[in-house]
Design a protein. Structure first.
Length: 279
């Protein structure tokens, strides 16, 4: 299809579904949604993955815990609208409340502020059967209608892939950087590149890659077993000129904390060197 010349008739509404809206050569359209007057966030960090099942939410929560341990005020915006998991990880089951000014995030036991669609549903197991534009609208509301207060870091846990929600987050929120989460399977090279090129197309810095499920350490002999095959993440990172921030093993202790809904107690030692990369 031939590219049509922009005659100046574009609007934020007509461009909102276009991945090139922020970089249109004929007319730049600013789609950023302003935060409310009660929200002051110093850094917004997106956590993305090219495919599902790589433990993205665990990495998001681990990064949030890492920065809480450093003494920072932290929030998590759960943008995985159709598959929210963050509240349950933190043992939060109550409904979010609000007033005429907006909605308040729920507070975890470690004082991490959390907003998720699961905090608004009548029942946690109610499926969210919404079309893309509605889901994208909810994500925007989680930014500009939630009273986040003063935060050093807001982590955005995004659904996998390069669809409506990641596009909405990148275009609507003031994202300062993105962490890509992946796993060692052979398919990873293509998937990581898809995520990387989407982020770069939106002119957002890629802070680095975290490889999850990198290996399993034998509890008896300490040998590292590559359950999903040998990792190629270092070669991919070198090709894309980005940093491998960490390699997380399959750790039953972390999974146990998820099942116990006590992630607010987690100290993920595998990410201990990542804190400086986020500041």
């Amino acid at each position: 299809m031939e590219e049509q010349e922009n005659n100046g008739s574009c609007s934020p509404e007509s461009c909102s579904s276009c991945a090139h809206a922020g970089t249109c050569p004929s007319k730049k359209v600013d789609l950023k949604v302003p935060a409310n007057e009660f929200t002051h966030v110093k850094k917004v960090i997106g956590v993305v993955s090219g495919k599902g099942g790589v433990g993205k939410s665990m990495v998001t929560a681990s990064l949030a815990r890492l920065m809480r341990e450093q003494g920072y005020s932290v929030g998590i915006l759960d943008a995985d609208i159709t598959g929210p998991s963050i509240p349950k990880m933190y043992g939060i089951h109550e409904h979010a409340v609000g007033n005429e000014l907006g909605m308040f995030p729920c507070m975890a036991k470690d004082e991490t502020r959390i907003m998720s669609v699961n905090l608004l549903l009548d029942s946690e197991d109610t499926p969210v059967i919404w079309r893309g534009p509605i889901i994208a609208g909810v994500v925007k509301q989680f930014w500009n209608e939630v009273l986040w207060g003063d935060l050093d870091y807001l982590f955005v846990d995004m659904p996998p892939g390069t669809g409506d929600v990641p596009l909405t987050v990148f275009q609507s929120l003031p994202v300062d950087g993105v962490v890509i989460v992946t796993s060692p399977q052979d398919l990873v090279q293509m998937i990581v590149k898809k995520a990387y090129y989407m982020v770069r197309q939106m002119n957002i810095p890629v802070l680095g890659i975290i490889e999850n499920y990198s290996y399993l350490e034998c509890p008896d002999c300490g040998k590292r077993i590559s359950v999903f095959g040998e990792s190629h993440i270092d070669e991919i990172a070198k090709e894309l000129n980005i940093e491998v921030l960490a390699k997380m093993p399959i750790d039953p202790a972390l999974s146990e904390m998820v099942e116990k809904e006590k992630f607010y107690e987690v100290n993920n030692e595998y990410l201990k060197d990542v804190a400086g990369k986020l500041s």
